[in-house]
Design a binder for this molecule. Sequence first.
Ligand code: FES
Length: 96
Amino acid sequence: MTAIILELNCNLWLGKKKLKNMSKTKLTINKNGSIKVEGDFEIVDSEGTVYGLEGRTALGLCRCGLSANKPFCDGSHRNTFDHESKAFDLPPMKTK
Ligand code: FES
């Protein structure tokens, strides 16, 4: 299985001095399926209301659009969603 893994680090800074790593979240773009999120995270809706995750530290987010339980994956993507997850570099950000 091929997957793209994106790791996000959240650090606490005092000026230019890093005090500590606050958390680590990993997003894995699964081949032909969901985005697996694991680590320290919260998920909020468009109004900022937090989804109750009942203590889960890993879950799948739907990226195929077929889940009946969006934004969470319910497995509906199986055999219906085709996307290779090959990592690539984005172009440099444009400056204003
Ligand atoms: S990615 Fe699994 S249901 Fe959409």
